[in-house]
Design a protein around this ligand. Structure first.
Ligand code: 9D3
Length: 241
């Protein structure tokens, strides 16, 4: 997968993207991330990327021109057809990212992520350039950069071959919509706090049943919304998604 990120803070991506799961994915050539400085796509000598809102009001609005130019150049350079490419605007009013959406996005060959900043982005970017608007949750961030990194992380780990096949993404699909069961490691007795005896018993059938029960209990207590079945639940993570 190719991911192009358009931002006015290109320098903030490097450290995270080169470490973590994203670094591994890139080394394995399953993922290629390119970060573009929006200022490189401006036409004026001051490299202006924002301007005052028509009609007045506080703050600045991210201009349409540099964003359009960046996306057009990126789309044009990699001519694999628009269908395999999805252009996403990270913004507070977008659809909230969840595992199901991350899974859908992981099927694309190419993602273009536009990081919003300031008080907003010219509406024409939203309606005439982006295919989709995505938020990462109901809280206020300073811009779309952290949201883009969250999205990239969530999507990258779903690309086939990024994680070793023996690892958590497969285990996660077993435990489906449940929170994790409690885990312990050595020592069995830490300052008088003992690990459940059953986990030390070696009885794998009993351990499996205990874990399933614990997962259900924890989910019911902390996230009862995850246990709702049927079409009300929009963030459903079905097996292998
Ligand atoms: C203070 C400005 N707000 C006026 C109602 C609107 C606003 C504009 C831009 C609030 C935050 C931002 C910057 N945030 C993002 O661009 C953003 C974001 C977020 O703030 N929360 C969750 N997901 C995302 S994705 C992009």
């Amino acid at each position: 997968m190719l991911i192009d990120i358009i931002t006015i803070f290109p320098e903030v991506f490097k450290p995270y993207i080169d470490a973590s799961i994203l670094g591994i994915a890139q080394k394995k050539e399953k993922l290629h991330i390119r970060v573009h400085d929006l200022r490189d796509y401006t036409l004026d000598k001051h490299k202006k990327v924002d301007d005052r809102p028509f009609g007045g009001g506080p703050g600045m609005v991210m201009m349409a021109e540099p964003v359009f130019r960046a996306v057009e150049q990126i789309r044009g350079a990699k001519d694999e057809g628009r269908k395999a490419t999805k252009t996403i605007l990270l913004c507070p009013q977008g659809k909230t990212l969840n595992q199901k959406l991350a899974s859908k996005l992981s099927k694309y060959r190419h993602l273009i992520l536009i990081c919003g900043r300031y008080e907003g982005v010219d509406e024409r970017v939203r309606t005439r350039l982006a295919d989709e608007e995505i938020s990462i949750g109901d809280y206020i961030l300073t811009g779309g950069e952290l949201a883009a990194m969250v999205l990239v992380d969530a999507v990258a780990r779903l690309i086939p071959g990024v994680l070793g096949h023996k690892d958590s993404s497969i285990l996660e699909s077993f435990s489906n919509n449940l929170l994790e069961y409690p885990q312990y490691t050595r020592p069995a007795d830490f300052r008088g706090m003992e690990a459940p005896e059953i986990l030390l018993s070696g009885d794998h059938k009993k351990i499996e049943a205990w874990r399933r029960n614990q997962a259900l209990a924890v989910t019911r207590k902390k996230r009862p919304d995850l246990l709702i079945i049927g079409k009300q639940r929009k963030n459903g993570v079905r097996k292998n998604e």
